[in-house]
Design a protein around this ligand. Structure first.
Ligand code: G4P
Length: 544
């Protein structure tokens, strides 16, 4: 198999662009990890930080996680359920590359927040548990990556356990996720027989020694698979490896950068994150093939990272991250130009110039002030509720970045306030949580209910706990008789009026004032859609 092309992947893909990109842009990689709970995302994150020198000791991410659990009640929900509901941004350096890792919560009850984080990455690493194969949450997250053709590298984890045969895992990925797999490394045995991996490009044999602490550097280069050294090192498993390689040469397609960048092909690595095994191989390839910051679409034109003027968009809002600072942080992805502390930028939704005087960058839960940032970087802007998800900032040109989705909720609950005196606080709290993307809120045209919509049940518990802790509102949630929501559009005003008259009892406005249809059942929704063929029922809308 031929060696990987060393050419930086963004060269030759930008016709008409300025020929040389600033090295600061070129060396950046912004990505997220997608996986099903328990596949090993946290472990892999930690090991990447370890290899990048950002943490000194394995266990630090979990320890940090445990430490922060003490801070508020809704985080206690995380602790109780052993999951992480907040996502953060982690920055580290690897072989001269500046890496931004955006954490995507992967538990079953995840919110829109997870989806939106994926709008701010340029590539993703998918972790698959070799024992379980492709699991439901990975499928969902993959759908989101598909929307933007995000390039994906795959890490098949837990090879130290008896799992599915590697070919079966790849078949599963190809059939379930509709993406072509190209194994760049290949495992030798598994479970107790796991001896290591063979790198198909470099001809390198990585021998496995279980270790959670050491950073393994046990690499033997075998230029020729016929080399008797292989038999000495692997015994009878050398013959198996030769057979597997022969099979792969015939059966698997070669790695194709274009296919990878379009999200049609995924390079596959095998390893064991807990044992630090296969992580270095993954990272080495990641920095070589994953794209540096890509252009982004706006309502008017494509914005290229190398443009001089600064621009960026907000993909996430987090309130009260730290009880010591009662503020909200807007997470902004820099899309072009160079950001400098104290810069005056235009907040286009409000039509106002603001000065970003105290931007922060994140290292897991820690934040520190940032002096400058480049395309691909994520900066946090503290604010008091003026910034919303989807907001665009730039120096002058009125831009509006597109592609930040809002998904129709899948489950619904009504909010019941325990003390009517707190109605104002309830509204304020709910609106802020909506702006964070934690929940969706619908106000039926009939009555004065607040109907919360979410993608998963956990969001309701989190919302109630946060209303209590952060807004002093004692409220509960109870079932609401809805099973689906769709945003309504129709160019013909008369038809829209007729639809509204006929379906008044099922109509609501979301927090942004958009008209939505709330259906009691999927069947009912299908029926109404058939009855009103000229009305558009949208499952997603773009946040503008
Ligand atoms: P997640 O963030 O995707 O939910 O997964 P996480 O990294 O927390 O890993 C889930 C479990 O899988 C953890 O065990 C972790 O130690 C284990 N794990 C991760 N990588 C490997 C691997 O390469 N091999 C094996 N055998 N196990 C692995 P746990 O018992 O749930 O937690 P802990 O007690 O180890 O913290």
């Amino acid at each position: 198999m031929e060696a990987l092309d060393e050419t930086p992947c963004c060269e030759g893909r930008a016709p008409g662009a300025a020929p040389a990109r600033h090295p600061e842009i070129e060396r950046r990689r912004t990505f997220g990890i997608i996986s099903h709970p328990d596949a090993g995302k946290t472990t892999l994150t930690e090991k990447m930080l370890l290899f990048g020198g950002a943490i000194q000791m394995a266990g630090a991410v979990k320890a940090r996680r445990a430490g922060r659990h003490a801070t508020s009640d809704w985080m206690a929900i995380e602790r109780e359920r052993g999951i992480s509901v907040t996502s953060s941004v982690m920055k580290f350096n690897y072989h001269g590359h500046e890496i931004n890792l955006l954490d995507t919560p992967g538990h079953q009850d995840f919110s829109e927040d997870t989806y939106r984080v994926l709008t701010a990455v340029d590539s993703a690493v998918m972790v698959i548990d070799s024992v379980k194969g492709v699991e439901p949450q990975t499928r969902k997250l993959m759908e989101v990556c598909r929307m933007r053709n995000t390039p994906i590298l795959t890490f098949v984890n837990k090879l130290d356990r008896e799992g599915l045969p590697p070919l079966a895992v790849m078949d599963d990925i190809e059939n379930t996720l509709q993406i072509e797999c190209v194994p760049l490394s290949w495992p030798i045995g598994m479970g107790k027989q796991f001896r290591g991996t063979y790198n198909r490009f470099g001809g390198e044999l990585n021998l496995f020694t279980p270790s959670q602490k050491r950073l393994p550097d046990d690499v033997t280069t075998v230029r020729d698979l016929g080399d008797p050294l292989l038999d000495r090192l692997l015994g009878t498993q050398a013959a198996e490896l030769r057979d597997d390689m022969e099979l792969l040469e015939g059966a698997s397609s070669p790695f194709d950068m274009e296919h990878f960048l379009r999200g049609n092909q995924t390079p596959v690595f095998f390893g064991s994150a807990i044992n630090n095994f296969g992580v270095r191989e993954l990272l080495d390839t990641f920095v070589r093939i994953a794209p540096s910051p890509l252009p982004r679409m706006t309502a008017t034109r494509e914005v290229r990272p190398e443009e001089r003027e600064f621009s960026g968009f907000v993909f996430k809002i987090q309130a009260n991250m730290d009880p010591a600072h009662r503020d909200r942080i807007a997470f902004l992805r820099v899309c072009s130009g160079r950001f400098q502390k104290g810069m005056r930028v235009r907040h286009h939704r409000l039509g106002k110039d603001i000065m970003i005087g105290n931007p922060v960058i994140f290292m897991a839960r820690d934040r520190s002030l940032v002096e400058e940032a480049w395309p691909g970087d994520i900066i946090g802007i503290p604010n008091h509720g003026t910034i919303r998800i989807g907001d665009t900032f730039s120096e002058r040109e009125p831009l509006s970045f597109t592609g930040i989705p809002s998904f129709a909720s899948e489950i619904f609950q009504r909010v019941r306030l325990k003390s009517p005196l707190k109605a104002k606080q309830l509204q304020k709290g709910l609106m802020q949580l909506v702006e964070e993307g934690a929940i969706q809120l619908f106000r039926p045209l009939l009555g004065s209910d607040y109907i919360m919509g979410a993608v998963g049940m956990l969001q309701f518990d989190v919302t109630m706990a946060r209303l209590r802790d952060e807004y002093g509102v004692d409220a509960v949630h109870e079932p609401a008789d809805y099973a689906a929501a769709r945003w309504i559009e129709c160019a013909d005003k008369k038809r829209l009026d007729a639809f509204e008259r006929d379906n008044f009892g099922n109509l609501a406005r979301d927090a942004m004032g958009n008209l939505a249809y709330l259906a009691q059942s999927e069947w009912r929704l299908g029926y109404v859609m058939k009855e009103w063929p000229d009305i558009i029922f949208r499952k997603t809308i773009e946040i503008q």
